[in-house]
Design a protein around this ligand. Structure first.
Ligand code: ATP
Length: 409
């Protein structure tokens, strides 16, 4: 059977991944076999999410009715029902559902009634609490099909420490990264000298290590020294796979969906108040603004070097009419030039313009020339893929250390 859970936490605490880890242990205690624990991220632009729009699926062998009772009891005990925005969902199915619902939930928006109708058709056991919105994520999690997958080990805090400052040895995190990168990523951001894997929110997570497979995340975890930890759970996930991205075309982008969008830069990038960098790109008659926000740090240096005529593929979410960049491919570089009056061939002095279309004149010897001097501006920027740093990376975004996106316009 598959057990799906979602929407159990609030900004004040809890975390659906923690609840999933506790549930897995309770099922094992009741002699059920937990074959896989899955952490499924869904559309990152869903506005009613608490943090990272995560849902959980457990693949379990055992009695489905008993498992459903234990799952509901665990949610009723641990979910933060006091928060108005916490609307848990619990789903138990005999097998996988049509993955179409997962693909919609990770790239687009779904309705509660869509999830309910899929569950009814499948004869699933399910319970939606309060406004039942959690049934969307819980259903998507059990319907998930992970063609590409990564792992995360989540190390949780002992409950008596929840809400207090976390103690994780900084140097050991950098050591874990240097021993296991590129097979693990986003533990720290070495360029910006920032720890990435330790949250600052009052939830039960102490730290999480992301990587290619359970062996690599375990290898990194062994390096990390911290306060005494509580339970630890390795999840299979769609994190770091670009599962949220659709092929897009300027003029046809839908608000709050995420895309690969080809275009040609038509304006010099501008740095706005707050350090946010923007440029306009075009495809046919349609234009769109692309944004590299201040938290994307050094990524903005790449964006500032774009010039009109550069061909790019912008990658990110379309929000309030702009593409918020997660990555960019510079497909081809324009060869910008500057034109200046030529040097006089007799006196070697720079000539002056005679007016538009009237050529050039030497002020000293009155010599004439028609053609200007054309100079190519040299560029240090290179074609290829560029990405935001680990501090600014979204859960679903595939880091370039895992390989370049396969998208072809
Ligand atoms: P948690 O740790 O509790 O999972 P979170 O940041 O992952 O926190 P939730 O609290 O689960 O966010 O809130 C997300 C809500 O949005 C859930 O009720 C989920 O069912 C719903 N949801 C997720 N994806 C979609 C979607 N594509 N369309 C509509 N609703 C969605």
């Amino acid at each position: 059977m598959l057990i799906g859970i979602d929407d159990t936490d609030s900004p004040q605490g809890m975390c659906t991944t923690y609840l999933g880890a506790v549930l897995a242990r309770r099922l094992i205690h009741k002699h059920m076999q937990v074959k896989e624990a899955r952490l499924v991220r869904l559309n990152p632009n869903v506005t009613w999410k608490t943090r990272g729009n995560a849902a959980i699926a457990l693949y379990v062998d055992g009695d489905a009715e008993r498992a459903f009772e234990i799952a509901c009891a665990t949610v009723e005990e641990l979910a933060d029902f006091s928060c108005g925005n916490t609307n848990p969902g619990v789903v138990v199915t005999d097998g996988r559902l049509d993955p179409a619902f997962y693909y919609k939930a990770v790239t687009d928006f779904c309705e509660i009634e869509e999830a309910v109708s899929i569950l009814d058709t499948a004869g699933a056991r399910y319970r939606g609490y309060k406004n039942r919105r959690g049934l969307i994520g819980a259903t998507a999690a059990v319907a998930s099909e992970l063609k590409d997958r990564t792992s995360e080990i989540l190390v949780y805090r002992q409950p008596e420490h929840w809400g207090t400052p976390r103690e994780v040895d900084r140097d050991s995190l950098f050591a874990a990264e240097s021993a296991t990168f590129p097979h693990t990523w986003d533990t720290v951001d070495t360029v910006n000298d920032v720890v990435v894997c330790v949250p600052h929110t009052p939830d039960p997570v102490l730290f999480g290590i992301r990587g290619e497979n359970p062996a690599w995340v375990m290898a990194a975890r062994q390096h990390i020294m911290s306060e005494p930890s509580g339970i630890e759970q390795i999840y299979v996930t769609n994190q770091g796979t670009d599962a949220h991205l659709l092929p897009g075309k300027i003029g046809q982008l839908v608000e709050l969906l995420s895309y690969f969008v080809p275009g040609v830069v038509i304006g010099i990038p501008m740095t706005k108040v707050g350090g946010h960098v923007s440029f306009i790109m075009k495809d046919g008659n349609f234009e769109v603004q692309c944004m590299a926000y201040e938290p994307t740090k050094n990524f903005r240096h790449i964006i500032r070097q774009l010039v009109p005529g550069d061909e790019v593929i912008a990658v990110g979410s379309f929000k309030k009419g702009s593409i918020n960049l997660e990555k960019i491919r510079i497909v081809s570089l324009a060869r910008p030039t500057i034109t200046r009056p030529p040097f006089c061939t007799s006196c070697n002095k720079r000539m002056t313009s005679n007016g538009k279309g009237k050529g050039y004149k030497c002020k000293k010897c009155d010599g004439r020339a028609m053609e200007p001097e054309v100079q190519e501006i040299s560029r240090t920027l290179e074609t290829g893929w560029y990405e935001v740093p680990p501090t600014a990376r979204r859960h679903l975004a595939k880091p370039l250390c895992r390989g370049e996106p396969e998208f072809q316009p």
